[in-house]
Ligand binder design. Structure first.
Ligand SMILES: CC(C)(COP(=O)(O)OP(=O)(O)OC[C@H]1O[C@@H](n2cnc3c(N)ncnc32)[C@H](O)[C@@H]1OP(=O)(O)O)[C@@H](O)C(=O)NCCC(=O)NCCS
Length: 180
């Protein structure tokens, strides 16, 4: 895929492109900033090491090459500011893709997440993802709003299953048909 651009609500022009092995340093800093923020993602606790992140990135690039995953990184100049992916499940469930997204703190609330999500949903159609699922913390009001806006519907709740900032909260499961 050729790099594409996103214009944010505040007028910033950001570049959207495929991940590359050379992004390792950036993505390591990016994920560790999110972990330090203790935001609404599963990754928490100790920082990720370079070795762990290298293994993760290598595996992600392989999955992209094998058309098992679509993933985009978003840059403001040289700085990684958002990422997202949809990963296909295996065999009988291979038409189902699991979605994930993050936007760096300073870039939220500017339309980046919504636009990135639209691009990922379109790209996922090309690898045969017909149903997209995701999980979201019940206290993540912004993400819930974005997902509902994009057409996702709740289909399950794992009650009192996520420990986040000292509270035990629900994990909400959502899905969207992605074949139209
Ligand atoms: C969730 C996330 C990906 C959304 O991306 P974003 O770029 O901030 O989202 P956008 O700017 O595109 O859209 C935000 C929308 O939520 C709305 N919103 C913000 N706070 C809200 C709240 N507390 N309740 C309801 N809606 C809210 C905004 O008004 C906006 O609505 P609109 O598009 O209808 O105008 C991003 O905020 C993020 O990465 N958060 C931290 C990590 C995370 O939560 N990842 C998702 C895990 S499931």
């Amino acid at each position: 895929m050729q790099p594409k651009t996103i214009i944010t609500k505040s007028g910033k022009t950001l570049t959207v492109r495929l991940p590359e092995q050379a992004d390792l340093d950036q993505v390591l800093t990016y994920i560790n900033d999110l972990i330090a923020e203790d935001t609404y993602i599963i990754m928490s606790g100790e920082p990720v090491t370079e070795v762990e992140e290298k293994a993760y990135l290598t595996s992600l690039l392989n999955e992209i090459n094998q058309k098992q995953t679509v993933a985009f990184y978003v840059f403001d100049g040289d700085q990684l500011v958002a990422n997202g992916q949809i990963k296909k499940r295996a065999r009988r469930l291979s038409h189902i893709g699991d979605f994930g997204i993050t936007v760096a703190k300073e870039y939220r609330q500017d339309g980046v997440g919504s636009q990135l999500m639209e691009m990922l949903l379109e790209e996922a159609k090309k690898i045969g993802v017909k149903i997209v699922t995701l999980e979201v913390f019940s206290n993540n009001e912004r993400a819930c709003h974005v997902y509902q806006k994009m057409g996702f519907t709740e289909f399950g709740v794992l009650p009192k299953s996520v420990v986040h900032r000292g509270e035990t909260i629900n994990l909400i499961q959502m899905y969207k048909k992605n074949d139209s």
